[in-house]
Design a protein around this ligand. Sequence first.
Ligand code: ZN
Length: 97
Amino acid sequence: MEVKDCKDRHCPQHGQISIRGRTFKGKVIKADAHKTVTVEWIRPYYISKYERYEKRRTRIKAHNPKCVGAKVGDMVEIKETRPISKTKNFVVVNIEK
Ligand SMILES: [Zn+2]
């Protein structure tokens, strides 16, 4: 699934963007906006009053370059970058098989 004419300047492999910071894995739940996906994963959150964990959701918008092309339902790896737009500072680097 290699696309050679990836002219995306926000692509970590063919563009200018540099990856630094945190890495997360999650599921793509939305891919409506242009070159953007929403990634969600569940994290346990400890409630001290009840001494139990509850599920909390994290949703992050990530840039989806043409050469990655993640779709809804894919498990993806996202990495932190400098801010790409108002709400995006992550980029999809890999689709987990
Ligand atoms: Zn690319």
